[in-house]
Ligand binder design. Sequence first.
Ligand code: GLU
Length: 284
Amino acid sequence: MGSQNYIGRFAPTPSGPLHFGSIVAALASYLDARHNGGKWLLRIDDIDTPRVRAGSDRKIIDTLEILGLEWDGDIVYQSRRMELYEQALAQLSDGDMLYRCWCPRRITKGRPYPGTCRARTETAGKPYALRVKIPDSPILFTDVIQGRLTGRLNELTGDFILRRSDGLIAYNLAVVIDDAAQHITHVVRGADLLDTTFNQVYLQSTLNLPTPVYAHHPLAVDGRGRKISKQDGATDVLAGVSPETVLLRALRFLGQTPDAKLAQAGKRDILDWAVADWKIELVT
Ligand code: GLU
């Protein structure tokens, strides 16, 4: 792909301060974009309102600035884009791809939805979720880091929710609409989102949207081998640590081999080296 066409992004949910795992995602997406001469956008994924913590967006923005990770253009907030998501729902509904579901969420938790409400015709007075019908055929895509992947949505999620009964737009819908609206060509993010990519690739095909190039890097885990999560009150990555140290740690986590003399360097020099020397094939 011609370098000036590359558009990448970092799309954190403002549910807490950036922890080491999210810095890895920010840095990997930044370096891949800049190394390829591309743009790097910042989007705040704040539609999942119960998870959003007031002021977290500001902290995230400050942290990126302190680390020297500069984005292009204006910051996009998903919460201001509800109209776009509703339009996509209308388009899917016109194509008979959606149905109403009254099943309580806890019944399906962790298991694929068996399609109980697909054949239900009565309109109960209760609030309902909107689910999209999934295909029988497997979903395929090639991930730059993980290789060729195949997923069967009937084994992963079943017909999945696009709008919850409380009105919240599901992550899978919002991310697909926004990646397309922002002309994102490359999505570099943590492997915790690998499975959701099958849902997203499927939605792209039903909405006639392009599928970006995906690269899922391994997930940084805490000392006990668990995923680090903003919601679990993971500590701010810069608490008592210099931005240079954070950048060098994240680079090493991503398999890059920063020069020993960068140990004394400032963040600008570290980032300049990292952009020039970025090798995605070293991320394993
Ligand atoms: N907002 C999501 C998160 O913070 C990431 C979205 C994405 O990269 O697709 O986990």
